[in-house]
Design a protein around this ligand. Structure first.
Ligand code: ADE
Length: 225
């Protein structure tokens, strides 16, 4: 799966993809993440990518031309399944959306800034608008990194058995059961006896009960359906 991320702050997106699972996915050739600087597609000497809003008002609006040129250059190279715009007024990201997107081929992700982007970019090019939550960040870069991380770890072959996404919180409609590692007794704080029993079925039942109890206590909304 290939991600082309278009941003005015490409430096901000150098580090998030250079570690751990996301790095491994790229080394294995399962995911390709390419960051494009929107300013490279500016049509003026100042390399500006924004302008004053029609009708007045505060803040600058990102112009259509640089986004259009970048998207069209990418589309002339390969076919894209989605052009996603990261915005607080999009659909809130959840595990179902991440699962669905992990089955796609190539996607373009647009990061907004300032007051927003010219509505015509959304009308003409964008196929999906995604928010990472009901709060406003300074730009779409961190949300884009969150989205890519949530998707990439679900692509088959990225995680091994030990780190399998199948046991992630949310994946089975429940939060995860608590986990423990050595020592079994830390300053008098013991781990649950059942985990030392060696009884696989009982441990599995206990984990399920814990997951249900935790979900009921912390996220009762997840059990409503
Ligand atoms: N850009 C700014 N805030 C955002 C959010 N919460 N989700 C997605 N994109 C954003």
């Amino acid at each position: 799966m290939r991600f082309d991320i278009i941003t005015v702050l490409p430096d901000l997106l150098q580090s998030p993809f250079a570690h751990s699972i996301l790095q491994r996915a790229q080394t294995k050739g399962i995911a390709e993440i390419v960051v494009h600087s929107l300013r490279d597609y500016s049509t003026n000497k100042q390399r500006s990518v924004d302008d004053y809003p029609y009708g007045g008002g505060s803040g600058m609006v990102m112009s259509i031309e640089p986004f259009a040129l970048c998207i069209e250059a990418l589309k002339s190279e390969r076919v894209y399944d989605e052009v996603i715009f990261m915005t607080p007024d999009g659909t809130t990201l959840n595990q179902t959306i991440a699962n669905e997107l992990s089955g796609k081929g190539n996607v373009i992700i647009l990061c907004g800034h300032y007051k927003g982007i010219d509505q015509r970019i959304r009308d003409i090019y964008v196929t999906r608008e995604i928010s990472i939550g009901d709060y406003v960040l300074s730009g779409g870069e961190l949300p884009a990194a969150v989205l890519v991380d949530a998707i990439v770890r679900l692509i088959p072959g990225v995680l091994n058995d030990e780190t399998s996404a199948l046991s992630d919180s949310f994946q089975g409609g429940l939060l995860d059961a608590p986990v423990y590692t050595r020592p079994a007794d830390w300053r008098g704080h013991q781990i649950p006896d059942i985990l030392l029993s060696g009884h696989e079925q009982k441990i599995s039942d206990w984990r399920h009960e814990q997951a249900v109890e935790r979900t009921r206590r912390l996220r009762p909304d997840m059990l409503e359906d």
